[in-house]
Design a protein around this ligand. Structure first.
Ligand code: UD1
Length: 425
């Protein structure tokens, strides 16, 4: 398993270009299953989760033409298998995004039920309830969810999410695009990735309004067709690099980002004393204010509030801020696994239920540590960049799932980081 060796204490300086959003590219790739015509996606990040999603499409017999690394042309004309196998679903929960498109286009789909994952149980009951509202019968057979649309086509209906779900909203939006009649999604997720997917679907011929609000209306159409679309920049990667500049006392120009997609993060970081200047619609300049960082409390909430996917990175930053910060995680249980590793590096963090209290400023010292999930590993990299001495981070395959060429990007702005590849004998 690969590891990162980081020698901390160097302020990061220079320019970094943000990649396409993983969480947008995943549903957009799944959406290509809705048509037999070619869909071209640009700005697809080259990260492990996207490679897995592409493999899923290929397993279903879609043709993936990839003339360029970041452009994916997909033609799902010859689909005869309607099944996402456990082998793929267990490595990446987002494979459940195949369920909606397959069910809508072919009237049937089988997807393995995702098992428990590192950041909580993460059920898909809300996706399934919504499919049932659209007329599907859903059953559990030997660990697989099997969904069928009677007479082969879903029927538009009013659906209500008891809890805001990002991939749930996306799955239903895709399924309803080919349903007969109109679907309304109440209490829909409002993440920018939902709007991006709706934009792609509309380019393919769908009739979706209200994406980005809590009420999305979808007028079903008979079929969808070819389209070309550019994925939005990754707001979580953007936030991670802002914290990287702040935690090392550096200065960064962040390009190809969309500051409007991470206003809650930018506002919170400004409160702590990080200087963030938005330069036009797609650039950010960030530096750490001369007065040092102040602790500020944060609670994770669905968009447009502070994202759970930035909680771990924020916690790392708070170890370097004056005072005590309360960090409350409301989206996922068990999403504080980075805390014990940060403590090993010298942080003062106390956890009680879904609340962490981080007391700073603590001196972080390099140590051997273990990454437990995608965002936790980002938090550990940030802490290592600020720490004195060497940190060896094990299980970095987690970070490879969602951060494109992270070692290259960090090295280019002055970080001392190397990947150690272990060859299995
Ligand atoms: C997506 C993101 C992930 C992010 C999360 C929250 C993708 C590929 N992943 O995950 O990076 O951390 O949103 O912003 O976009 N829930 C249920 N039943 C369901 C579905 C969800 O109880 O059927 C619960 C979950 O356990 C969780 C909450 O609802 O507590 C929100 O989950 P959800 O928004 O669905 O997360 P994902 O879409 O899996």
């Amino acid at each position: 398993m690969d590891k990162f060796l980081i020698r901390g204490g160097k302020p990061l300086k220079g320019k970094v270009v943000i990649s396409g959003a993983k969480n947008s590219a995943l549903p957009c790739l799944a959406a290509t299953l809705l048509t037999d015509e070619t869909v071209t996606l640009h700005n697809v990040p080259y990260v492990k989760d996207l490679i897995t999603q592409r493999r899923l499409l290929e397993d279903l017999d879609a043709t993936v033409l990839t003339p360029e690394l970041h452009t994916q042309k997909i033609k799902a004309a010859n689909i005869e298998i309607y099944e996402a196998p456990y082998e793929l679903v267990k490595t990446m929960r987002a494979s459940v995004l195949a369920l909606g498109p397959l069910l809508a286009r072919f009237g049937q789909a089988k997807v393995s039920l995702p098992g428990g994952c590192a950041i909580g149980t993460r059920p898909i009951d809300l996706h399934l309830k919504a499919f049932e509202r659209l007329g599907a019968t859903v059953s559990l057979e030997a660990g697989d969810v099997v969904a069928r649309a009677p007479k082969g086509r879903l029927i538009g209906a009013d659906t209500f999410f008891e809890k805001v779900s990002v991939t749930g909203t996306e799955n239903v939006m895709m399924a309803a695009s080919l349903a007969k009649g109109k679907t309304t999604i109440h209490n829909a997720a409002r993440e920018p990735e939902i709007e991006d997917l709706a934009e792609l679907l509309n380019k393919m011929g769908a009739r979706i309004t209200g994406a980005g609000t809590t009420k999305i209306e979808i007028q079903g159409v008979e079929d969808l067709g070819a389209a070309e679309h550019t994925i939005i920049p990754d707001r979580i990667e953007t936030g991670t690099f802002i914290v990287a500049a702040a935690i090392t006392g550096g200065k960064l120009e962040i390009e190809n980002c969309q500051p409007k997609h991470l206003q809650a993060v930018i506002e919170k970081l400004r409160e702590t004393g990080v200087e963030i200047e938005e330069r036009g619609a797609d650039k950010i300049f960030v530096k750490c204010g001369g007065r040092g960082l102040r602790s500020k409390d944060v609670t994770t909430e669905p968009h447009p509030l502070f994202p759970t996917d930035m909680q771990a990175q924020y916690m790392a930053l708070m170890t370097q801020a004056e005072g005590a910060a309360t960090v409350v995680e409301t989206i996922f249980e068990n999403r504080f696994m980075h805390a014990s590793e940060l403590v090993r590096m010298g942080a003062d963090i106390q956890i009680s239920g879904n609340t962490a209290i981080v007391r700073g400023i603590t001196k972080l010292m390099g140590a051997p540590i273990l990454a437990s999930d995608l965002r936790a590993s980002a938090s550990l990299v940030l802490a290592a960049l600020a720490a004195e001495g060497e940190t060896l981070i094990d299980r970095v395959y987690h970070i490879d799932r969602g951060y494109e060429t992270i070692v290259k990007k960090l090295s280019a702005i002055g970080a001392d980081i190397e990947r150690i590849t272990e060859n299995l004998k």
